[in-house]
Write a protein that binds this ligand. Structure first.
Ligand SMILES: C[S@@+](CC[C@H](N)C(=O)[O-])C[C@H]1O[C@@H](n2cnc3c(N)ncnc32)[C@H](O)[C@@H]1O
Length: 400
């Protein structure tokens, strides 16, 4: 049995030496940790060099840690002796499978699943702002190991790219274009797809920084992105993956949007933060004087509960579906007007086609130097609230 394990580890060592390693998986765990299920090992390129990212799947969460090739080999040998009964090594020359039984082990080789090393992404034609081969996309289950987007994640992939494109354009057309140290906060960052993609894109973009040269040469501290998220498991996973990618300026903090402390954020993002969490986020952005605020509101519950349509619209809004849509429109319309009343210029547009996600309105607010008509906007807000019988709107309440 030992001899077969050693042969397998030898194949792994060889794949590192000849640069043919694609990925390794350990499964069928029968060891002492009752929560551990499987481990995937992938190559990850960071600014500091390459390494092996171990993504361990436990019952309810994933943990990611990086090791250099020698440490990785040591760990994998130990894992094979301590409970993993199956190991699969993928290289561009061959796939190798090790099955460990109670008494014997069997190593077999087969044709390679992967024709190319997935991490040779710089050789590929660049079609999207986001690199499909980025490690975080694989760790988060958006891409396969060969850098192909998973069939059930294509909508998410479209969203991620569109989001990065929109943000890059907003920065480029704002005073932040020449800002040396950018601070961005993502409220309700969830699994962090958008946060990672934005960090990856901006850290590689050719924006200037204080020390001269392009942002890709800039010290990590020049770009700081923080995700705020309720779920401790998601925060731990995202921090692990950020470390594995060597994204030193990206971190995730456990907490609520309302209690988060935003010091000097230049950009505030809140995508699909539920119901009035969007209002909490917008309020944080306004009070931090963020230059750009971007929100994709969802779960509009607050206004729908209170809304009594004006007499004139009673015949139209007697249909629950019409009332619901109107409540959404009124909610987001009021949010955008409240932002205008605080000196922002706003735009609202469809972020990606409705076919990809129904919650796809993006509210974009950019700080104006000389905002006008604030009183007029406040009056319009009051009139709308009176017409629709809206006692409470969270953002308005917070601003008051
Ligand atoms: C639908 S997910 C969206 C994630 C990500 N922004 C995206 O668009 O892919 C909403 C996330 O916001 C988090 N969330 C909801 N309310 C929150 C609050 N008040 N404070 C912090 N996080 C919150 C949830 O835990 C969840 O992970």
């Amino acid at each position: 049995m030992r001899a077969e394990i050693e042969k397998f580890v030898g194949k792994l060592r060889q794949s590192f030496a000849e640069n043919s390693f694609v990925k390794l998986t350990l499964g069928n765990y029968k060891g002492e940790d009752e929560h551990l299920q499987k481990i995937s090992v992938r190559w990850v390129e960071t600014k500091k060099g390459g390494g092996l990212a171990f993504q361990s799947r436990f019952d309810t969460r994933d943990v990611v840690k990086n090791f250099d090739p020698d440490e990785a080999i040591g760990r994998i040998s130990k894992y094979l002796e301590a409970g993993f009964r199956s190991a699969h090594l993928f290289t561009i020359r061959n796939d190798f499978q090790l099955i460990i039984g109670k008494k014997n082990a069997r190593l077999t080789a087969s044709k390679p699943t992967f024709a190319n090393k997935p991490y040779a992404s710089h050789d590929r034609e660049k079609k999207h702002p986001v690199d499909p081969n980025a490690y975080y996309l694989k760790a988060l289950g958006i891409a396969n190991d060969d850098g192909k987007i998973r069939a059930d994640q294509r909508d998410k992939w479209k969203q991620i790219n569109k989001f990065v494109e929109v943000l890059a354009g907003l920065i480029e057309n704002s005073s932040l274009k020449d800002k040396t140290n950018l601070r961005i906060v993502d409220m309700g960052s969830g699994k962090g797809y958008l946060t990672f993609a934005l960090y990856d894109y901006l850290s590689k973009s050719s924006r200037p920084y204080e020390g001269g040269g392009s942002r890709s040469d800039a010290p990590e501290s020049a770009l700081q992105i923080t995700g705020i998220e309720l779920s401790p498991d998601l925060v731990a996973l995202c921090n692990d993956i950020a470390r594995a990618c060597g994204f030193d300026g990206l971190n995730f903090i456990e907490g609520t949007i309302a209690d988060s402390e935003l010091h000097d954020a230049n950009i505030l993002i809140a995508l699909h933060a539920c119901d009035t969490a969007t209002d909490d986020a917008l309020y944080k952005g306004i009070t931090a004087n963020a230059e750009i605020i971007v929100a994709a509101p969802c779960c509009h519950k607050e206004i729908k509960k209170q809304m009594k349509p004006p007499e004139l619209l009673a015949g139209i809004l007697k249909h629950p579906v019409m009332l619901e849509r109107t409540a959404e429109t009124v909610t987001d319309g009021l949010r955008s007007m409240l932002l205008e009343s605080k000196g922002y210029k706003t735009k609202m547009f469809e972020f990606v086609a409705t076919a990809h996600t129904p919650k796809n309105n993006l509210l974009v607010a950019t700080k104006q130097d000389n905002p006008k008509n604030r009183e007029k906007i406040n009056k319009q807000i009051d009139d709308i609230r009176t017409e629709f019988n809206i006692d409470h709107q969270k953002l308005a309440d917070l601003l008051n």
